[in-house]
Design a protein around this ligand. Structure first.
Ligand code: ADP
Ligand code: MG
Length: 399
């Protein structure tokens, strides 16, 4: 789960971490009112979308010469005109894809006199099984480029969960940022605070780019991206409440309501599978037969009729889907239950594209009989290869 920059900063501030003052706004009027609460005279108007690269982004509606999604404003009038230009328009950045994202929310924040920009991020590093802190003196720019061109400028420090954050971790961070004196001390303290924030909020990723040194000698978080472990959100209702569904794929939002693991992809063949491994194999074999999957969808081990129906509706609501391949292994779940769910769902949603079903496992014969007697044009398949060939053939025939 992702949140907006302003929400991330507000969370970090609760841990004592320094951020510039700022207020979120949904309208031009709110933006001006927000600016009035700040000291000025320099304000920054920042588009709030779940994607980075906003500063260098371009608004689709405004042409190539217009400014991007992070704009300096030197007066309340400029806050107003920038807010007017940004709200409702579509910002395209390196992270949004070509379609871009509509800007529905702004963050009006204090302009900071920047002396230097640094990079600091934290992730759960699966290889070491630890939280890793990744720091670099090269802040404010695309970290992937830094990693590619000058990897020596990136330092990774991992923290053993058995000891937790130790003072030497803080010193390593401050050293890697080449900070001395008072700033060095601030960096050590900041690293400890960030570790506490990361672990107590169950973050999956926390990126600060840039972390800035101000001309008056303070370290401030100028931009942050945070994401959380979805499986831990039950114990962070306050964080869960920050979810902005308008930023997410509507079908993925719908799927999450039914606890379905769904990811939209670019192909033509909708897939409904149980188990992530089987889902991956199904996608592979569709490709092997010359077409592409329209989605990844794992209905899980204990799918019932309701879930299967929801999954069908989600797949069919994607206009790109030209055929559906159901590949279910009945282990915990019995094939006859699945077959009943498929038939009920296909009738309910008025199935308009070819449907190939491959069932295997417990009560498979009963399941196949239910499909055969359903009166629906369901094409049965015996194994994975057969199923993939059949759905590709059916889709080509229907085209
Ligand atoms: P993004 O990474 O999405 O482009 P940032 O928040 O990192 O957005 O902003 C891009 C750049 O804009 C920063 O690297 C910084 O130079 C400048 N900037 C952002 N916020 C401020 C601010 N409050 N004061 C001064 N400059 C800022
Ligand atoms: Mg940034």
């Amino acid at each position: 789960m992702n949140i907006h920059e302003y929400q991330g900063k507000e969370l970090l501030a609760k841990f004592g971490i320094g951020i510039p003052a700022g207020v979120a706004a949904l309208t031009v009027e709110e933006a001006v009112a927000a600016a009035k609460t700040l000291p000025g005279p320099l304000y920054v108007v920042k588009a709030q979308i779940h994607a980075g690269g906003r500063g260098k982004g371009k608004f689709k509606e405004l042409g190539p010469d217009a400014k991007g999604g992070v704009r300096l404003a030197f007066s309340l009038d400029e806050v107003e005109s920038n807010a007017r230009e940004m709200l409702g328009n579509t910002l395209v950045t390196v992270q949004t894809g070509e379609a871009g994202k509509q800007v529905n929310r702004l963050y009006i924040t204090d302009g900071v006199d920047i002396a230097a920009e640094y990079y600091l991020s934290m992730v759960v590093d699966r290889a070491s099984g630890r939280v890793a802190m990744i720091v670099s003196t090269e802040g404010g720019m695309d970290i992937e480029t830094v990693a590619h061109d000058t990897p020596e400028k990136i330092t990774t420090i991992t923290i053993d969960p058995a000891t937790g954050f130790m003072p030497h971790h803080g010193r390593a961070v401050a050293f890697a940022l080449k900070l001395t004196g008072e700033l060095n001390k601030q960096a050590q303290k900041l690293a400890a605070q960030l570790y506490t924030a990361f672990t107590s909020l169950d973050c999956a990723m926390l990126e600060i780019n840039p972390l800035v040194e101000t001309k008056d000698g303070r370290l401030l978080v100028l931009d942050t991206k945070m994401s959380f472990d979805s499986n831990a959100m039950f114990r962070h209702k306050d964080v869960e409440a920050l979810r902005d569904e308008t930023e997410e794929d509507p079908m993925e939002v719908e799927a999450s309501k039914y606890d379905l693991a769904y990811i939209k992809l670019d192909g033509d063949i909708g897939c409904m599978v149980n188990g992530a491994g089987l889902a991956m194999a199904t996608m592979d074999i569709i490709k092997l037969n010359g077409m592409f999957p329209a989605n990844f969808l794992d209905v899980g081990g204990g799918a019932n009729k309701e879930k299967v129906t929801a999954a069908f509706k989600i797949i069919l609501s994607d206009p790109a889907v030209k055929g559906i391949l159901v590949n279910i292994f009945g282990g915990i779940m019995r094939c006859d239950t699945i077959a009943e769910g498929i038939v009920a769902a296909a009738k309910e949603v008025n199935l308009s594209v070819p449907l190939v079903v491959r069932l295997e496992g417990t009560n498979v014969d009963a399941g196949k009989a239910i499909l055969a007697n359903s009166g629906l044009a369901i094409v049965p398949a015996d194994d994975l290869g057969d199923a993939a060939q059949k759905i590709v053939a059916e889709v080509k025939k229907a085209a």
